[in-house]
Design a protein around this ligand. Structure first.
Ligand code: HEM
Length: 251
């Protein structure tokens, strides 16, 4: 796409998408400056190389699609395993949206669906371990973190800590009712490097779930695992066996 856009300027639609913004960021805009000795020096501007642009595009596919797809898998599983929750979520959609198409404004009213998503992301966070690089040597509660060290944040273990969550292994969407999320909820990370796509992800998940739950019902089968077990060291949380569910039309 980059080659095509560079060769065929007539199709160039400036600033209309992510790829174009990165390609524009790679254009050298530097001016020549005079230094103290009166010599002209080329003012160099840091720009994105082709490899960096490709890397960012791959990150966007991985961070943006795999995570949301993984979340939908675990939500479908939880709904199949908890039929009362599924009916309550479906009932909320019927009551609040009626036959309206889901959109940015009306999905905000689906509070119970939001709790189902949060509770699933708590039990099964697609990004189950996060990392940070220590920028300055620092001490916290007697532990030294040295500059340059990488530290791992065990998100899944934090989410299952009984000191932070009552009955942590149970699926209880109600626990998020009227409760602001604290640093004990790290499914989208925390701080300045938290997930930049969180809002989009929540919109995508809700629109997908409204459409799916209106059309079909998820049920467990004899092959559906009672307790999920996980693959070793995947990039995103992944079960070691397929999750098999029965999907039947609602009407
Ligand atoms: C359910 C869906 C998603 C989950 C669970 C998720 C989770 C995460 C997590 C845990 C991080 C690391 C945060 C940290 O280290 O503090 C992250 C970073 C990121 N996410 Fe997401 N994400 C999701 C969807 C998306 C979507 C839809 C996009 C883009 C369209 C996206 C783009 C990114 C990017 C670019 C980063 C890196 C941010 C940075 O380093 O500054 N994510 N995400």
């Amino acid at each position: 796409m980059m080659k095509q856009r560079r060769n065929d300027k007539t199709h160039h639609q400036e600033g209309t998408d992510f790829l174009q913004m990165m390609m524009d960021a790679s254009i050298e805009e530097g001016k020549d400056n005079n230094n103290d000795d009166g010599q002209t020096v080329k003012h160099s501007v840091r720009h994105l190389s082709t490899d960096e642009i490709v890397a960012q595009c791959i990150l966007f596919f991985v961070a943006g699609y795999e995570t949301t797809g993984t979340a939908l898998t675990f939500i479908s599983y939880n709904l199949a395993m908890n039929p009362d929750v599924q009916e309550k979520a479906y009932g909320e959609i019927k009551e609040i949206l009626g036959n309206e198409e889901p959109n940015y404004d009306n999905i905000g009213k689906l509070k119970y669906l939001d709790n189902v998503i949060s509770e699933t992301l708590r039990l099964y966070p697609p990004g189950y371990v996060l990392d940070r690089c220590v920028s300055e040597t620092t001490q916290i509660k007697g532990l030294t973190f040295s500059k340059g060290q990488t530290i791992l944040i065990p998100v899944m273990a934090i989410h299952r800590n009984p000191q932070l969550y009552d009955d942590p292994d149970s699926f209880k969407p109600e626990r998020f009712e009227d409760q602001d999320k604290t640093i004990a909820f790290q499914s989208f990370g925390f701080g300045p490097r938290a997930c930049i796509g969180m809002r989009l992800a929540l919109v995508e998940l809700k629109v997908a779930l409204v459409n799916v739950l209106r059309a079909v019902k998820f049920d467990r089968t004899p092959d559906t695992p009672e307790v999920l077990t996980f693959a070793q060291n995947p990039n995103f949380l992944q079960t070691d066996k397929d999750i098999i569910l029965k999907v039947s039309p609602r009407c």
